[in-house]
Design a protein around this ligand. Structure first.
Ligand code: P6P
Length: 347
């Protein structure tokens, strides 16, 4: 049987570094730091059901969400590894209200969601670590400034996630396509398993928490109604929703699909965080031939104003995201017309 040549993550990083004249090895070091932390996190995730690491710390994070012990553990591993690596000047984390300074001389800023989908931990569902990497604006050694970490997503030098699922996978991009590496536990190496991933042409899946239906804006409601009931839809969509962005995104990327976490009438900015959820996933989606918007604007073009700011998120096949835009545009106009003409009814 012909054995495909095995490419480890380390070999892949070295090759990329060689092909980039400006590479100094700093960025490669950050990927190594993240991978070390994620191997350690993976070890704990796979035995979470066996040791007393389950269950919440009875505390809540800056988002007001109950903090699971594994969230704290994961964040500590990531911060320790990036600090030791020396290339990261600061880290922004879902679990930390403020930016955390690591190495004043570091040239990169890293934004992380240490353990996304952590409500799935207790039910053995897939969870993930999301990362977003920027070059700092200020000079190495200078004091960090907000502009260093409040950069729009278009400026990311890399983005990716580790999915702790039936296997542990690293998916990331540096702006030249999306590559996936699967951890071979027998040798402790991440091996290139899905080179240059692209969204399939057809969108076959939609992922949304339909429990929020009554609070959705009309355009999204009409989109959902269309894909579920219109005779124009030849092949029915499948509804798939894990409640873990990384798991839903990953399945939709491989099979063709769209993930929606829209704004609602009570929370117009939605739930997801721009800097460490929206931007990294948007960079991956675009690099795989897809699209990511807040319903009106590319996620990557949004100018951030706060570390934990939220954004509505529509993520997936380009054609499907554009279809949602059309529904939103039409029904926003209808809502505006109704509002403008309320109380002007002719006697
Ligand atoms: P809901 C997890 O908390 C998360 O940030 C994403 O990973 C996930 O897609 C979403 O929120 C789930 O939110 O409101 O449907 O439980």
């Amino acid at each position: 049987m012909r054995t495909q040549s095995v490419i480890t993550l380390e070999q892949f990083i070295i090759e990329k570094e060689k092909s980039n004249q400006e590479a100094t090895g700093g960025f490669s070091q950050i990927i190594r730091d993240l991978m070390l932390a994620c191997r350690i996190i993976n070890r704990e995730v796979t035995k979470a059901g066996l040791v007393d690491i389950l269950g919440s710390l009875n505390s809540t994070n800056v988002q007001g969400e109950e903090v699971q012990k594994l969230d704290i553990y994961a964040e500590k591993q990531l911060i320790d590894a990036l600090k030791k690596g020396g290339e990261t000047c600061a880290i922004g984390s879902e679990e930390q209200e403020e930016i955390v300074i690591l190495n004043p001389k570091g040239r990169y800023v890293v934004l992380i969601d240490p353990l996304d989908g952590s409500s799935n931990i207790d039910v053995n569902g897939s969870i993930g670590t999301i990362f977003s990497i920027y070059k700092r604006i200020s000079e190495s050694g200078e004091a960090l400034v907000p502009e260093d970490y409040l950069q729009k997503g278009r400026n990311q030098v890399a983005a990716g996630y580790i999915l702790y699922g039936s296997s542990t996978m690293l998916i990331f991009t540096t702006g030249n396509g999306v590559n996936a590496f699967t951890l071979d536990p027998s040798i402790g190496e991440f091996l290139l398993s899905h080179p240059n991933i692209r969204y399939p042409e057809k969108c076959n899946i939609y992922s949304i928490n339909e429990g929020n239906y009554r609070k959705l804006f009309e355009g999204v409601k009409q989109y959902l109604r269309f894909i579920k009931t219109s005779n124009e839809v030849k092949k029915p969509y499948s509804a798939r929703y894990v409640g873990s962005l990384v798991a839903d995104f990953h399945r939709n990327l491989l099979k063709g699909g769209i993930y929606l976490y829209p704004g609602t009438t009570d929370k117009p900015s939605g739930k997801l965080r721009l800097l460490y959820e929206g931007n990294p996933m948007a960079m991956l989606a675009e690099q795989a031939g897809g699209m990511a918007t807040n319903g009106y604007t590319d996620i990557l073009d949004i100018e951030p104003t706060a570390l934990h700011q939220r954004t509505p998120l529509f993520l997936g096949n380009r054609e499907e995201v554009n279809m949602i835009h059309n529904f939103l545009q039409v029904y926003d106009q209808i809502s505006q017309l109704v509002t403008n003409n309320l109380g002007k009814e002719k006697p």
